[in-house]
Each structure stands twice: as structure tokens, then as C-alpha cells.
Design a protein around this ligand. Structure first.
Ligand code: MSP
Length: 628
């Protein structure tokens, strides 16, 4: 591992517009596991998590529930904190962006960036996605309106705004990525970020006037109407938390763990802000993938969001932690299914780990009254094999290869289970009890190592194993992991991972798929646009003599003269109702004659048994405006 002795690890701070789901739990559990590992290695470690509470999205969520943003934020922030406490997450500080010290810290940072000449006032016109709290240029939008990240509709906004000179940092950022190839992990993601920056960086709008719920700009600027852009406010949490704890000696962070969707903010904006603040840059930004459930994207409307508390209530925290960290290589997308979780519990956890410990407890009791002492004998080589695997493990952790770490530990367990199979102690106990004793010394040493090594991943199970093997899980135990113990007193403990026979979680209700519509005479959009429909204003209305149904209308379509249109609407509209009202007209119909009168278009209407209704624009529009 790197030479730094103080290790600072962070999770993203979570938006309080909704309660925690598996994605939040995943990031937090990885961060907790890495922080625990760092402590085990003897490093002074600081783990930060918290909640991101400002911005338009939160303001809108609170409004929908008739609450003030602060009341709403208090409630949801607490649900996150309670969840992490119940899950035993060992965070050192829980930050809320509504905390006073944070707001003060953010203002100071803004002032410093302003004094450094990196902030200027301008006006912003662009497309804003409230859901992602992010701006996009016209060319970035999908179908000219939708957010390229989440697909939701963006809003066009124009307002006075302060800007951060992000463009100035284009080259320094590219140089930094080059000099620090492990800054962005995994490397596949690094290339995406570099390509994005190489495409050119525009200055970033960092203040807003269209809503209130945010940190105000520093008083020195005299701009009471501006609040800070939520991502500037949020990213600074990584520094303000240390400042308030008076632990700036932990900066720069060893590791910011984030989901792939927010990598851009952390790998581009954040280092640029830090450069502007003259602060050193973090060592790694590690981006993980996205979780789906049963192969489907999670969404509240489908009702398939994985709620971490529900999983943990059913299967226990350690099984969940193991599953999350083992199931997917870091950086790749993963799928949660209850079946896959049960397979991991019954297979890896029950059959390999639980079973090996059970066999040790059973045999030591039956053959030696639970106490034995002796040499490794024939098993010395096998323990060397185990130790050579352990030698490699440390490298995996800070490179976020936790699945490989676990794979190797499970290979070690397989060595233990195989050794019992091959040595057949049940057949030898009468004829060669020394070999059986050596076998148990070997298994006990192997499991002691495993108990220490899995402690960052499955802390509770590790403590149980330590109880059975009478050892202590501590940085010392890790430092002396290769020590060989020759005497053991094994304590009986209940099975670590009892078999799961049937699913325990509530079934996700399958919502019936909407029936497929049978469409008649389907046309393409191009075909539709062959019909030119325009908005027009009725200038004059005249009844057609000898007809009960027809009016002769003069309709202005913004052309050199009004059009004459004969329409069968007289039974449903009076002349007054029609005069100066707007209608929709099919403007490229071939003129036809009706009751001897030329009709130069058709007004659109819908008719059912209760009568006829004209199709009109909901708001008045300029005459001639095309309808699409
Ligand atoms: N508030 C910002 C982060 C600011 S950090 C200075 C934010 N919050 S969030 O609550 O929307 O998301 C937090 C984390 O959850 C992100 O890392 C995101 O990637 C992760 N996940 C959200 N949904 C997820 C999945 N379905 N799967 C995996 N993780 C996902 O973004």
C-alpha cells in the first residue's frame, strides 16, 4: 500500500429526496469494508458519509409533501443515519450539508476561488435537469429536450449566474490524469473522463437565482438572491467535514468511492475546484457500477427497488455484505436477485466457510474434548500454500478488487475442506491420532487467518469465529497473521450460516404488463408530416344559404389573404362563438367545391354522440403556427 499513514475514505453524500436503496448501501458498505481493512492494517483511518440536502430537487420533493425543505431533510437524513448505525457502519463523521459549519466552509471556499480570479459573473442560458442537478448544452440533449444522463425532461432556464472558470483547468486536468494513471479507477472509466475533457470544458454556472434552497453566496458579494450550485456545495463536504473535526491532516483523501453516474463531477469538477483552492488532489476516485434487480432497472413505479433493510432483516448483514462485494467485480454492473443471494449463502458461506468451522468444532470435541496441542507435521506445506495466497491479498484492497480478495480467501477455505477429505480423520483417529491432531492444528491455523481476513467484509461472523478459536481480531493479529499456533481450545458456537430453504423476502409483485395496442393503418412520422396543419383565426362567419349545416368561414392562416373554408359546424357553434376564435386547419388539402362554394382547407373537429367539438390550441398562438 501507499506510504501515507493517514487514510481518508469517503462515500458520496446521499440526496434526501428519497430513502436508501441497494445502490446507497453498496457504496457505503464498500467504503466501510475498505476503511475497516485500513484500520486492520494499522493505519489511522477516517471514514466520512452523510447527506446532500440542498437543491431544487429536494425543494420540490418537500413541497409535494407539504413540508419545509429543512423538515423534510431532517427526516430523511435521519433514516440514512439510522440505517448505517443499524448496519454497523463505522463512519467517523456524518455530515449534513445543512450543518452550519459546512455552509460557512462552503462560503469561505467560494470567496477564496473568487479572490483567485476563478469566479466571474455572467448570465446563464441553458437546459437544466432538476433530477441530476446538472446543466446541458443543446447538443448534449436527447431529442432536443431530454437529459442525456437520466432521460428526464430538462428545463430551459436563463438567469444571472456566477461562473467558475472550468475551461482554465482543461490542460492542468489532462496533465494530472496523465501523471496519475491511477487517479480514476477502474481504468476503463478513466478513458471516458479523459475523452470528455479533451472534447473541451465550458465554464460552469455555480450560482442560481430561480430557487432558494441552498447555501447563500458570501455576504461580501452582496448577492442575496443567489444560492450556490448544489454540486459545488456538495463536493466541498469532503473538506468541510475534516475542517470541523480539525483533522485536515487527513487531506488529501485516499479514496472517494462513487457510482459511475457521478464520476464526472468527482473526476473533473472536484479536482478543478481543489486546484483553484490550492489544495492537494485526492489519490483515487473509484467508480462502481449500477445494480439492477432480477435483470430489470429498479424503479419506484415498478415497485422493485431493493430495500437494504428488508434484505438484512431476512438474511443478516454479513450475508448481504458478502453478496454485494463478491457478486460483481468492482466497476461492473450487478444484478440482485434473492435466488443469487440464497445461492451465495448456502454455497460459499454455508458449505465452504460454515462447514469448515463446524467440522473443526465437531472433530475437536469428539476426538480431543475440544482441546489439543501439537505440531503441524505433514500439514506444514499446506499451511505454506495458504500463506502464499495471503501474501497477495493486500494489493487487492485499495485497487478495489474486493471480489478477487474474497475469491482467494475462498480458495484457502477449499484447501482446508480438501485436506479433511483427503486425510480421512474418521478412519485414522484410532490408528494415527497424531496425524488427526496435526490436521486440526492446520485447520485451526487456517481458520484463524480467515477470521482476521474476513473481518473487514463480515465483521460479525469474524467475531463469532474468533470466539470459537479464542483469538482477538486486531491490527496486531493482522500483523502477526503468519504466526503458527500450536495449541487450541475450541469453543462451540451456533452454525454461522444456517441453510436457507426458501426465500424469506416479500415477493416483488409482478405488475401486469400493459396490453399491446392493436394499431390500425399505422403510418410513419414522415407520412404524418405530409399533412400540414396550421393554427388560424376565424375572421368572418356566414351561413351558407339552403344549408342547415354549413358555414362559410374566412380564416387567417398568416398568408397573403384569408382562406375560404366551408365547414359543417353550424348546428354546434353560433357565429359569435366562432368569430375571432382560433382553429386548427388542414392547410394543404386540394381545394374542393361544397354547395357550389370553393373550400380551401378543413377545420379539425371531433364528434361523438354528445355533439361536435372543434380542436383548438389551448393558448392563443400566432396565426400560421404549424401543428405537430
Ligand atoms: N448527492 C449526490 C452525490 C454528491 S457527492 C458529493 C448523489 N446522491 S444519490 O443519492 O443520488 O446517489 C448516491 C450514490 O448512489 C451514487 O454513487 C450513485 O451512483 C449510487 N446509486 C444510485 N442508484 C444506484 C444503483 N441502482 N446501483 C448502484 N448505485 C447507484 O448522487
Amino acid at each position: 500500500m501507499a506510504s501515507c499513514k493517514k487514510i481518508y475514505i469517503t462515500t458520496p453524500i446521499y440526496y434526501v429526496n428519497d430513502v436508501a436503496h441497494i445502490g446507497h448501501a453498496y457504496t457505503t458498505i464498500i467504503a466501510d469494508a475498505v476503511a475497516r481493512f485500513s484500520k486492520l492494517m494499522g493505519y489511522e483511518t477516517f471514514l466520512l458519509t452523510g447527506t446532500d440536502e440542498h437543491g431544487q430537487k429536494i425543494e420540490e420533493s418537500a413541497k409535494k409533501r407539504n413540508r419545509t425543505p429543512k423538515e423534510y431533510a431532517d427526516e430523511i437524513s435521519k433514516t440514512f443515519k439510522d440505517l448505517w448505525d443499524d448496519f454497523g457502519i463505522e463512519y467517523d463523521h456524518f455530515i449534513r450539508t445543512t450543518d452550519e459549519y459546512h455552509k460557512e466552509g462552503v462560503k469561505k471556499a467560494f470567496e477564496k476561488m473568487y479572490e483567485n480570479g476563478d469566479i466571474y459573473k455572467g448570465s446563464y442560458k441553458g437546459n437544466y435537469c432538476v433530477s441530476c442537478e446538472s446543466f446541458f448544452t443543446d447538443t448534449q440533449l436527447i431529442d432536443e429536450i431530454a437529459c442525456p444522463d437520466c432521460g428526464k425532461e430538462t428545463k430551459e432556464i436563463e438567469e444571472e449566474s456566477y461562473f467558475f472558470r472550468l475551461s482554465k483547468y482543461e490542460k492542468p486536468l489532462l496533465d494530472f490524469y496523465k501523471e496519475n494513471p491511477e487517479f480514476i479507477l477502474p481504468t476503463s472509466k478513466r478513458n471516458e473522463v479523459i475523452a470528455f475533457v479533451e472534447n473541451g470544458l465550458k465554464d460552469l454556472s455555480i450560482s442560481r437565482t430561480s430557487f432558494d434552497w441552498g447555501v447563500k453566496l458570501p455576504d461580501s458579494l452582496g448577492e442575496p438572491d443567489h444560492v450556490m450550485y448544489v454540486w459545488l456545495d456538495a463536493l466541498l463536504n469532503y473538506v468541510t467535514a475534516l475542517e470541523t473535526e480539525e483533522r485536515m491532516d487527513f487531506w488529501p483523501a485516499k479514496l472517494h468511492i462513487v457510482g459511475k453516474d457521478i464520476l464526472r463531477f468527482h473526476a473533473i469538477y472536484w479536482p478543478a475546484f481543489l486546484m483553484s483552492l490550492d489544495l492537494p488532489l485526492p489519490h483515487h476516485i473509484s467508480a462502481h457500477g449500477w445494480w439492477t434487480r432480477d435483470g430489470q432497472k429498479m424503479s419506484k413505479s415498478i415497485g422493485n427497488v431493493v430495500k437494504p433493510r428488508e434484505v438484512v432483516d431476512a438474511y443478516g448483514i454479513d450475508s448481504f455484505r458478502y453478496f454485494l462485494l463478491r457478486e460483481v467485480p468492482f466497476g461492473q454492473d450487478g444484478d440482485f436477485s434473492e435466488k443469487a443471494l440464497i445461492n451465495r449463502i448456502n454455497g460459499d458461506l454455508g458449505n465452504s466457510l460454515g462447514n469448515l468451522l463446524n467440522r473443526l468444532i465437531g472433530m475437536s470435541d469428539k476426538y480431543f474434548g475440544s482441546e489439543f496441542e501439537g505440531e503441524l507435521g505433514n500439514f506444514e506445506e499446506k499451511l505454506k500454500e495458504v500463506d502464499s495466497k495471503i501474501g497477495n491479498l493486500e494489493n487487492y484492497i485499495f485497487k478495489m478488487q474486493l471480489h478477487r480478495y474474497l475469491e482467494d480467501i475462498w480458495e484457502i477455505l477449499a484447501i482446508g475442506n480438501r485436506a479433511i477429505q483427503e486425510s480421512e480423520p474418521w478412519a485414522k483417529i484410532k490408528t494415527n491420532p497424531d496425524e488427526v491432531r496435526s490436521l486440526l492444528i492446520f485447520i485451526s491455523n487456517l481458520l484463524s487467518r480467515v477470521a482476521v481476513l474476513i473481518s473487514p467484509i463480515m465483521p460479525k461472523s469474524s467475531i463469532e469465529m474468533a470466539k470459537a478459536l479464542q483469538l482477538e481480531i486486531s491490527p496486531d493479529a493482522y500483523k502477526n497473521i503468519f504466526e503458527i499456533r500450536n495449541s487450541f481450545k475450541i469453543v462451540k458456537i451456533p452454525a454461522l450460516f444456517p441453510r436457507v430453504d426458501k426465500p424469506k423476502m416479500q415477493k416483488v409483485e409482478e405488475k401486469p404488463k400493459p396490453k399491446e395496442l392493436k394499431l390500425d393503418g399505422v403510418i410513419t412520422i414522415d407520412k404524418f408530416f405530409e399533412t400540414k396543419i396550421k393554427i388560424g383565426e376565424v375572421l368572418e362567419v356566414e351561413a351558407v344559404p339552403k344549408s342547415k349545416k354549413l358555414y362559410k368561414l374566412q380564416v387567417d392562416l398568416g398568408e397573403e389573404r384569408p382562406r375560404q373554408i366551408v365547414a359543417g359546424i353550424r348546428e354546434f357553434y353560433s357565429e359569435d362563438e366562432l368569430t375571432h376564435s382560433q382553429v386548427c386547419v388542414v392547410a394543404n388539402l386540394k381545394p374542393a367545391k361544397l354547395m357550389g362554394l370553393v373550400s380551401e382547407g378543413m377545420v379539425l373537429a371531433g364528434k361523438d354522440e354528445s355533439g361536435l367539438s372543434l380542436i383548438r390550441p389551448e393558448k392563443r398562438k400566432k396565426v400560421g403556427t404549424p401543428v405537430s
